[in-house]
Write a protein that binds this ligand. Structure first.
Ligand code: HDE
Length: 738
């Protein structure tokens, strides 16, 4: 496995245990001579109470499980680095954003609703959590692949989660929003309209975790050396583009390979295809806070990129798989409250609630307050304070002081310097000696802290705050439909059709007609065309006005609801559609199924494989059995994929090479299923000359995405067509439902 070392992986490596060439021991290190038999009175039992080695083993086994995350339970992690590429020194003091700085990261992608063992391909939001191990402590950017959220206030979070999770009486459905309680909640909460459109878009069924965007959702603040703040929204932009699968595919992938995304991420990193994202920021000067038609503190709103462009400030590369899923991915504790100097919260009421929840949940999930000491969570610059004891404490704190201020411990650990001066009463701390915070015992500053020399420590940005204590919501949060409309109108016709189909699917799974009608009424407010099309599929005519119950609940928050919205600055954005623009796109890391059998021509395989691999794609040979494939000329090749074990939905494109295999393929229903389904899902299919006749046995019709060797420049064309990701025009022209 190719991997890159960085300060975090080096720190982690010290904890890696390798059983290779080791004698088996108990947890206390006592050598074990028999790990197969319990201690018994006579070889037919009974077992003896004094079998301490058996108890040692079972006691640990009985406690292997910890609570799964209440949301985002299913996740996949990877290590990497972030390199800062822009000079932002006038707007933030964040050390890791200084141009040229390389910071280790650990990333965890997740689905939200499903349990830990649920399918990767659920229609769902994807979590995109990044832990930066900076020289000034850990910074967690805990975002999603959808830029807005269902709710505006943290008070509603347990409700939206309870609504989407399996229903409490029968605990179904698993990892699915297509059920009554979810749409009951959504249809009573018009603020969720915008996000519900994103979740019904192709964004919610990604082709790969390497092909999703990431968003902070909330507006945060950058803080500069003078304490001045600038509002900021974060965006991760994948180098491979943003792509989804078709819903029909997603459902089938869930059966053929429920770990499809996890496997794809692991394999890509394992094979040295390190996924990359650029980090972008939208910057809004403090004085422009109220300038927009929407409130920048409202997490159900985007800031259209036409209004505030995304400035790219660095690149993240994931280049190492975890050694151990539990120790790293499962025990990783993300928390949007982990900020570093130079970054601050905004007053977004959803974000404010998150600051409590994550710390609280980690304490519970990871069994106490020492989760920071787990190898994956440790900062690389060390932690030095007077917090002590508790379950699972690993650090051995030296010295007799664990309070502040102190003189006995030489005033250590001491405050970060304020404005270049030593802060507080512990002015002697700079000369810290081996007795105290200087745990290297050599005196002076600890090596790991060298990067923090001169830091001002964490400074909250300046902000004037006043107001009555109220449980209320600002009317600047009351426009629930304008941006949902913006999203719908910014999609291509194909994407709009997918959204209509997704809503129709989900609402058809809802048993209550009242809920269906209520949701249709909301969608009518978003865009009549959308509501009418879904209504047609449900046999309902959408009401032009919101349901009384929806209005009643909306008036809890805004007594005068509905409130006339401001005129939007942007009515259609060029940045929201996932459709590959003409002449753009890449086939890097795409999986192309070569459909063949014994007797296939080596030349016919070889020339296409070479061309695809040159363009960065991967050829996967599929035959009727594992083992050795026999080529027509007598050559052989090892085969790992078969028509029995694999399915068309797991591949991006298809090629049928020529040779003596054609007759077998013509009679192979699994082969015909592969190409028929590939065609249905709007993928590109290429056929060698001898194989062109096989098309007659399928329901494939010639179009731009069906490429024949007998055509000129067919190989180059195969690649050009694949770059489009899908031939969506096929779906529109032939009404092939994908
Ligand atoms: Fe989370 N969320 N969330 N969330 N969230 C959790 O923390 C919560 C929200 C997000 O890979 C939990 O460690 C509240 C928005 C991700 O480990 C929990 C509110 C966004 C992850 C929690 C929100 C997110 C979580 C569950 C509303 C996008 C996975 C386990 C106030 C910006 C982190 C855990 C990982 C996980 C609470 C809303 C993203 C319970 C209370 C908005 C990516 O603490």
């Amino acid at each position: 496995m190719k991997s890159k070392k960085n300060p975090k992986t080096e720190q982690l490596d010290k904890h890696v245990v390798d059983n290779m060439d080791r004698m088996m021991t108990s947890n206390d290190g006592v050598p074990i001579h028999d790990n197969n038999n319990t201690l018994k009175a006579g070889n037919r039992g009974p077992s003896l109470q004094q079998d301490h080695l058996f108890f040692d083993k079972l006691m640990h086994f009985d406690r292997e499980r910890i609570p799964e995350r209440v949301v985002h339970a299913r996740g996949s992690g990877a290590h990497g680095v972030f390199e800062a590429k822009e000079d932002l020194s006038d707007i933030t003091v964040a050390d890791f954003l200084k141009k040229g700085t390389v910071t280790p990261v650990f990333v965890r992608f997740s689905t939200v609703a499903g349990f830990k063992g649920s399918t990767d391909l659920a229609r769902d939001v994807r979590g995109f959590s990044v832990k930066f191990y900076t020289q000034e402590g850990n910074y967690d950017l805990v975002g999603n692949n959808i830029p807005v959220f269902f709710i505006q206030d943290a008070m509603n979070f347990p409700d939206v989660v309870h609504a989407v999770k399996p229903e409490p009486d029968k605990e179904i459905p698993q990892a699915a929003s297509a059920h009554d309680t979810f749409w009951d909640f959504i249809s009573l909460m018009p603020e969720s309209a915008h996000m519900s459109l994103w979740v019904m878009s192709d964004r919610a069924i990604p082709r790969s975790l390497r092909m999703i965007e990431g968003f902070s959702v909330h507006t945060f603040k950058f803080v500069n050396a003078e304490g001045k703040t600038t509002f900021v929204k974060f965006h991760w932009k994948p180098r491979l583009g943003v792509h989804g699968v078709a819903w029909n595919e997603a459902q089938k992938i869930s059966g053929f390979d429920a770990d499809f995304h996890r496997r794809d991420l692991w394999d890509a990193i394992d094979q040295g295809n390190f996924p990359q994202w650029d980090l972008g920021v939208q910057l809004i000067p403090e004085e422009d806070e109220m300038k927009f038609s929407f409130d920048i503190l409202d997490p159900t709103k985007i800031i259209p990129e036409e209004l505030v462009p995304v400035k790219i400030i660095g690149t993240m590369t994931l280049n190492r798989n975890p050694e151990n899923f539990f120790a790293e991915t499962e025990q990783a504790a993300f928390d949007p409250g982990r900020l570093v100097p130079g970054i601050d919260f905004s007053d977004d009421p959803l974000l404010q609630g998150r600051i409590f929840s994550y710390m609280d949940t980690q304490n519970y999930r990871l069994g106490g307050p020492n989760f920071h000491e787990l190898p994956i969570n440790r900062p690389v610059n060390g932690k030095y304070n007077n917090q002590k004891d508790g379950f699972g404490r690993m650090d051995v704190l030296k010295g007799n002081t664990s309070y502040f201020p102190n003189s006995q411990g030489n005033g250590c650990p001491y405050h970060a310097m304020l404005n270049g001066e030593m802060g507080g009463s512990e002015g002697n701390a700079g000369s810290a000696d081996g007795k105290s915070g200087s745990s290297d015992g050599k005196g002076g500053m600890h090596a790991a802290q060298a990067g923090m020399k001169g830091t001002q420590g964490y400074q909250t940005g300046r902000q004037e705050v006043q107001g009555l204590k109220v449980r209320e919501r600002s009317n600047s949060f009351a426009d629930h439909f304008t941006q949902a409309r913006l999203f719908f109108n910014s999609l291509s016709e194909e994407e709009q059709t997918h959204m209509i189909n997704a809503f129709s699917f989900e609402l058809s799974k809802v048993n209550s007609e009242d809920i269906r009608k209520r949701e249709l009424a909301i969608l009518y407010q978003v865009e009549p065309k959308l509501a009418n099309a879904i209504g047609k599929n449900l046999g309902l005519t959408p009401s032009k006005t919101l349901d009384e119950l929806t209005l009643k609940f909306a008036r809890n928050n805004h007594p005068d609801y509905p409130i006339k919205p401001n005129k939007p600055e942007v009515e259609k954005s060029a940045y929201l559609s996932m459709k590959v623009k003409d002449g753009e796109g890449t086939i890097e890391t795409r999986q192309v199924a070569f459909l063949l059998d014994d007797g296939v021509s080596f030349e016919s395989v070889d020339k296409v494989r070479k061309a695809l691999e040159k363009a960065g794609a991967k050829a996967v040979l599929i035959s009727s059995k594992v083992g050795q494939l026999k080529y027509k000329g007598g050559e052989t090749e090892k085969i790992q994929h078969t028509y029995l074990t694999d399915a068309s939905v797991c591949f991006d494109a298809f090629y049928t090479p020529g040779g003596d295999s054609i007759a077998k393929l013509a009679e192979n229903p699994d082969y015909l299923q592969f190409i028929n389904e590939g065609y249905r899902h709007c993928k590109v299919l290429a056929f060698a000359k001898d194989a062109e006749g096989l098309v007659e046995r399928s329901f494939i019709r010639k179009d731009e995405g069906v490429v024949f060797e007998s055509e000129s420049d067919w190989l180059a064309n195969f690649i050009t067509q694949m770059k489009k990701h899908r031939i969506w025009a096929r779906e529109m022209a032939r009404k092939v439902p994908s």
